[in-house]
Unconditional design. Structure first.
Length: 168
């Protein structure tokens, strides 16, 4: 009987509390980089982009410059550097792809699900220097996706880079 009274007293005591509203934000409590690895601790979710005429900030998932943390050999940031921007990441419905290349070439973009199935192919054809495209993810379930970027410059070797995307 004592436990039952205790339960009801707890029930009535906490029934007047309000719940909190959590909005997507990122707070990187710590992290850094060393010779071959980037790391982050305390990452949470963010889907915001911030831009000024001179800077672009894409918050969210850390995309390290090495393949040490994943088994992906053609890790996008290591292959393309700052030529390609993909975000927001994580996303709820839309990923913006922006590529700035130093020469003309053929561009192909694939969206791949966690089972390694190609679910979307975008053939941009021959581009001169820059290309932008919105990739709508709202018809896909929440989970991990990869964006695979193929670029074959008019003069030079073809490049392949893979970017990890989290769909909320």
């Amino acid at each position: 009987m004592t436990r039952l009274l205790y339960f009801f007293s707890l029930l009535f005591t906490y029934s007047s509390l309000n719940s909190q509203s959590i909005t997507p934000n990122t707070l990187n409590n710590g992290g850094g980089s060393a010779a071959n690895m980037d790391w982050s601790m305390g990452e949470s979710v963010s889907i915001a982009n911030f831009s000024t005429p001179n800077y672009f900030l894409n918050t969210g998932v850390l995309q390290p410059f090495t393949s040490v943390v994943t088994a992906i050999n053609e890790y996008g940031p290591a292959v393309y550097g700052n030529q390609i921007t993909i975000g927001p990441n994580p996303t709820t419905n839309l990923v913006h792809f922006k590529g700035n290349f130093t020469q003309a070439g053929k561009l192909l973009i694939q969206v791949i699900d966690a089972k390694s199935s190609v679910i979307l192919t975008l053939d941009a054809g021959t581009i001169i220097s820059s290309y932008e495209k919105d990739i709508f993810m709202d018809s896909y379930p929440s989970g991990i996706f990869y964006i695979k970027v193929f670029f074959k410059p008019a003069n030079g070797l073809a490049k392949t880079g893979i970017y990890k995307i989290i769909k909320l």
